[in-house]
Design a protein around this ligand. Structure first.
Ligand SMILES: [Zn+2]
Length: 82
């Protein structure tokens, strides 16, 4: 899905996103959670579609669980690429 923006934590410029819980989703809605695939910070879509950094402690357990798994994947991928 097309989207353009920047991670508020690391500045990574993204041009797409993928919904892991609904492959047919048309796009993010305000309040949806996300994660930066560069730095791994947890993010939330704001009312205007902008990404806002959100502390792990503020995430519901199911969203935190998915983000923890995704961070493990990112670490493993970085190790394999080096
Ligand atoms: Zn980032």
């Amino acid at each position: 899905m097309g989207a353009r923006g920047q991670c508020p934590a690391c500045g990574y410029a993204y041009d797409t996103h993928t919904c892991v819980s609904d492959a047919g989703a048309k796009g993010p809605a305000p309040g949806d959670y996300s994660m930066c695939m560069k730095c791994g910070v947890a993010l939330e879509f704001g009312a205007e579609g902008q990404l806002v950094e959100i502390p792990d402690q503020a995430l519901p357990p199911d969203a935190l669980g998915m983000i923890v798994l995704a961070r493990r994947y990112l670490r493993r991928r970085r190790i394999e690429m080096n």
